[in-house]
Design a protein around this ligand. Structure first.
Ligand SMILES: C[S@@+](CC[C@H](N)C(=O)[O-])C[C@H]1O[C@@H](n2cnc3c(N)ncnc32)[C@H](O)[C@@H]1O
Length: 332
């Protein structure tokens, strides 16, 4: 993480000041540090350049830890499946298997091949309308951030599709964040391979309890991060506390009368932020003013399952074909 972040951070538990014992620096980056709250004594750290500000009290359902661990274990236990997945010509694989091959290649550090496999998989996994709406939202974020200066903080960054687009097209420093240290370690290696790491800091924290001081964030972004956050009751109030400028949230909404998907959404506990009306009500209740910008609609269908990795799925939603409404929520 870059040293410029020091003045923006505080204890995510009690909002006390932090005491930094920096063990290793590289240029303007902190690689290793022990961090303590002077008020409540909570301990945090920086490891491999990643600031770790997770608190022990919030439940963490880290899908990256589970999914990648499971895939590696399954392939170790079934070498014949691994042979088929990694040995068959890429073009001959089903789109989901192409995607899983990309994950394995990434784990092995074969990034160029991983990118080729993921790129080939995408049009087979998503409808062309889905991909066009998605690209349009990313372009909208880039355009709106073009004029700004100072760090951009991205929430629930995951594998970093938005962060990569921002880093390629803007010059501002970017803070990539997620509650999964595993995905952030993967992101670091990947960004180094792409030559984009110089501009980017990595921070692990839960979006519902962030380590930022009041109003410290001038530009907050997220690309489909909000609907992935379970039990988001206090999420939007916490984000209201830290943002003194604009929050740009790439979002998509399900139709309210679509029963087939509604049951799955309810079961996953994601109803609040996947429907336009309730999402906007939550924003207002937390003190935000929201504009719904760049609306576009496009059909979406369940991502097809693997064939070699028989039945293995990728996205949990939608479970039935439907029309998604995409937009950029511009909140301040
Ligand atoms: C699918 S990603 C969103 C796509 C990503 N923003 C991009 O541009 O590629 C959703 C991410 O949310 C993260 N996440 C889920 N709950 C979270 C929470 N409470 N705090 C922070 N991150 C969370 C997950 O680990 C996952 O990486």
């Amino acid at each position: 993480m870059h040293s410029i972040l020091l003045e923006m951070l505080e204890c995510p538990v009690c909002h006390g000041a932090l005491n930094w014992k920096i063990g290793e620096r590289r240029g303007d980056r902190i690689e290793q540090a022990e961090v303590g709250c002077v008020a409540c004594g909570a301990r945090y750290s920086v490891r491999e350049g990643i600031g770790l500000f997770l608190t022990p009290d919030l439940p963490r359902h880290d899908l990256w830890e589970q999914a990648e661990g499971q895939l590696a274990r399954y392939l170790r236990e079934h070498p014949e499946v691994e042979h088929q997945l990694m040995g068959a010509p890429l073009e001959a694989l089903a789109p989901a298997d192409q995607f899983f091959r990309a994950l394995v290649l990434e784990e092995r550090g074969e990034y160029a091949q991983a990118r080729a496999a993921a790129d080939l998989a995408r049009p087979g996994l998503y409808t062309s309308e889905y991909l066009a709406c998605y690209e349009s939202q990313i372009d909208e974020v880039v355009e709106r951030l073009g004029e700004s200066d100072g760090p951009i903080v991205d929430l629930a960054s995951g594998r970093g599709d938005l962060v990569e687009a921002l880093a390629r097209r803007l010059r501002q420093p970017i803070v990539m964040t997620d509650f999964s240290p595993r995905v952030l370690r993967r992101d670091r290696r990947w960004l180094e391979f792409l030559g984009l790491y110089d501009q980017i800091s990595l921070l692990a924290f839960d979006a519902r309890r962030t380590p930022f001081k009041d109003g410290a964030v001038k530009r907050l972004t997220t690309n489909l991060g909000l609907p992935n956050i379970e039990q988001p009751d206090r999420l939007l109030s916490e984000l209201r506390r830290i943002v003194s400028g604009t929050f740009l949230a790439v979002s998509h909404f399900f139709p309210e009368d679509d029963e087939a998907n509604a049951a799955a959404i309810r079961q996953a506990g994601l109803s609040t932020l996947l429907y336009r009306r309730s999402a906007l009500a939550q924003f207002s209740a937390a003190g935000w003013q929201v504009e719904v910008a760049n609306v576009c609609t496009g059909s979406a269908r369940p991502t097809p399952a693997g064939v070699i990795l028989e039945g293995a799925g990728i996205d949990a939603l939608p479970v039935a074909e439907m029309v998604l409404e995409w937009c950029l929520l511009v909140a301040c």
